[in-house]
Design a binder for this molecule. Sequence first.
Ligand SMILES: NC(=O)c1ccc[n+]([C@@H]2O[C@H](COP(=O)([O-])OP(=O)(O)OC[C@H]3O[C@@H](n4cnc5c(N)ncnc54)[C@H](OP(=O)(O)O)[C@@H]3O)[C@@H](O)[C@H]2O)c1
Length: 416
Amino acid sequence: MTDFPKDKLRVGFVGSGFIAHFHLRAMLGVRHVEVTGVHSRKPENRARVVAAAAELGLGRCRAHDSLESLFRAEDVDAIWILSPNDTRLAVMRRLHAEVKAGRSKAFAVACEKPLARTVAEAREMLHLAEDAGLNHGYLENQVFATPVQRGKEIIWRRAALATGRPYLARAAEEHSGPHEPWFWQGDKQGGGVLSDMMCHSVEVARHLLTEPGAPRGSLKVRSVNGTVANLKWTRPHYADQLRERFGAEVDYRNRPAEDFARANISLEDGDGNPLMIEATTSWAYVGAGLRIQLELLGPEYAMEFNSLGTGLKIFMSRAVTGRQGEDLVEKQNAEQGLMPVLEDETGVYGYTDENRHMVECFRKGKTPLETFHDGLAVVELLMGLYKSAETGRTVTFPDPELETYIPVVARPSIRP
Ligand SMILES: NC(=O)c1ccc[n+]([C@@H]2O[C@H](COP(=O)([O-])OP(=O)(O)OC[C@H]3O[C@@H](n4cnc5c(N)ncnc54)[C@H](OP(=O)(O)O)[C@@H]3O)[C@@H](O)[C@H]2O)c1
């Protein structure tokens, strides 16, 4: 029996890569939390998380050489799943088994986006969490991005109240391509950029269109229409570049996944008003770095945000030379010229408030704003979009075929 509220939440990480370190930095802005454990396969990666947690003063973090050891630790209350998409289900099945057998005292789990690679996998993630009695949170940072929270609050309180609800949300996320080989492999990742980044765009757009405090079911998805394309990385020069960078396992001459995706999603609110989401994502954008663009439009108002339109900009002449880095903005592409700088990436991208929200909900035994139910609903949308792109038709919701649908690029035996 767990008594709430807990004085503090002790978090264990599964995964020690890019996003684990983002979450660690974000935890600096969260109270009542310690990061007490980490498991990944390589000791040196685990050691880096332990060292970073110590340096940030986030508690005494211990490295665990197995999932079992992490889940059975006396000082771990909640698990953050931050490992690659193809490892999700094995991690969740193990956590479920340990909790059900009474060997783990963990009472909550949070999982990075996307919740899973298919609807069937996402449904099992949800079932395992609920069957084990775990509180669950879906880590969709853009819902907690500071401009999204502030913009949504103002639009709905002032503009929508006076002139009517918003009807159109636009969301785009683009960068020049992911940092690790598994992202580029359709079967491992679950798809290409549509799976990897459209998950953000559809969920943040839905969130902006939803009346504050109303449940997810208040908006009904009517239909989805998607397009995918290979714009850049299948060009021979760039396919060879990928192979040189990541090895033979990333073979974009013969086995590419899409680097561009577009979505039109038709929805309806409780009063039957039509609503639209337009989203576009790509791994083929070479600008200063990662660009998130969001818009929310209604009858007498509009909101817009562009993550590269920063207040802080730094100019460096061609005489300024140095190492390549991501120290100005995520997925940075240059170190010279006029460069935008996000001075608080963890805050603006939403990681700080996301972690604060999850920690407070888990500590108090409350249901988070984003749960595995939302993660499942996102995967249903993504599969609908992939199916639409494959068939060249609009997909009407609900579509029972999505239960077993696997995107073309994720099917092991098919080479597009
Ligand atoms: N919210 C966002 O915007 C955002 C951004 C980036 C990533 N993500 C999501 O976060 C997740 C991780 O992405 P990432 O960028 O951190 O990837 P990454 O840099 O490749 O890191 C993956 C980590 O998982 C560990 N790992 C691999 N297989 C494992 C296994 N079987 N068991 C335990 N640990 C394992 C790896 O360490 P070892 O080699 O030591 O095992 C590595 O530390 C993905 O689901 C991704 O979609 C979200």
